[in-house]
Write a protein that binds this ligand. Structure first.
Ligand code: NAD
Length: 246
């Protein structure tokens, strides 16, 4: 196997599950020292346990600036710098703007959007030239879905914020890109996929005819985070099996 991340330090949020866990595994396999962060599983401790001696897990609520500051400090205390930041933790939310209550709106924006700013604010001063940031947005940030108002708002903002970060930090040698997954088989979507007919209806709208596995997102994140993408910044990378192509 290739070792694109030998001795690179990678901080990954939402690393206890799904896309974040798959990415932590891939980056570690290619040589990275990974710092996993999550609200669950003590920060992703059970994933970290499989990823070698330098992997560590930090319990953290990404919607808290203080938690993110502590996460970045722990990573820098341990490794001296951060080469790769994968802002991936996120939550969904169901409802129109009338149905959804203010507290839920604020929670979704805090977890899905404010978290990205907090991590960039605290991490970028510790990122050397050659550093890379990847933000998990969604194809739900590119248009409206029925009754996904808060999520559509948050992910749309992550997309344009990614462009702002890319512009501001290009001269620092830091590249910033967003991943827009389509439907991925993870716990976030598992519930909905149990509902009669919904899985089939969703898959009927995907030209490739199936949902993605988390590993198929991790491989895209790894590309964006690696030197293979040395001239790629400010890009919104869609990996949706063709969903938004029609
Ligand atoms: P997942 O539920 O498997 O993983 C998300 C992880 O984020 C979980 O481990 C959860 O504990 C963690 N998390 C949630 N809130 C947190 C908080 N406040 N602080 C710290 N950690 C928190 O889901 P996933 O599908 O792997 O989701 C990863 C990202 O991908 C999310 O940003 C999601 O919006 C996005 N996404 C997913 C899909 C999909 O179909 N699964 C599609 C588009 C975008």
């Amino acid at each position: 196997t290739r070792k694109r991340f030998e001795n690179k330090v990678a901080v990954i949020t939402g690393a206890a599950s799904g896309i974040g866990a798959a990415t932590a595994r891939l980056l570690a396999r290619e040589g990275a020292h990974v710092v996993l962060a999550d609200l669950n599983d003590n920060g992703g401790a059970s994933i970290a346990a499989d990823l070698g001696a330098t992997a560590m897990a930090i319990k953290c609520d990404v919607s808290s600036a203080a938690d993110i500051e502590a996460l970045i400090k722990a990573a820098v205390d341990r490794h001296g710098r951060i080469d790769i930041l994968f802002n991936n933790a996120g939550i969904g939310s169901f409802g129109t703007s009338v149905e959804i209550q203010p507290a839920e709106w604020e929670r979704v924006i805090a977890v899905d959007l404010h978290s990205v700013y907090y991590a960039c604010h605290f991490a970028i001063p510790h990122m050397p030239r050659g550093g890379a940031i990847v933000n998990t947005a969604s194809i739900s940030g590119m248009g409206g879905d029925y009754r996904f108002a808060a999520y559509n708002a948050a992910k749309g903002a992550v997309i344009n914020y990614t462009r702002a970060l890319a512009v501001d930090h290009a001269r620092d040698g830091i590249r910033v890109n967003a991943l827009c997954p389509g439907l991925v088989v993870t716990p976030i979507t598992a519930g909905a996929q149990q509902l009669p007919g919904l899985k089939e209806e969703w898959e009927s709208r995907i030209p490739l005819g199936r949902a993605a596995q988390p590993e198929e997102m991790a491989s895209v994140v790894a590309f964006l985070a690696s030197e293979d993408a040395s001239y790629v910044t400010g890009t919104i990378m869609v990996a949706d099996g063709g969903t938004t192509a029609h």
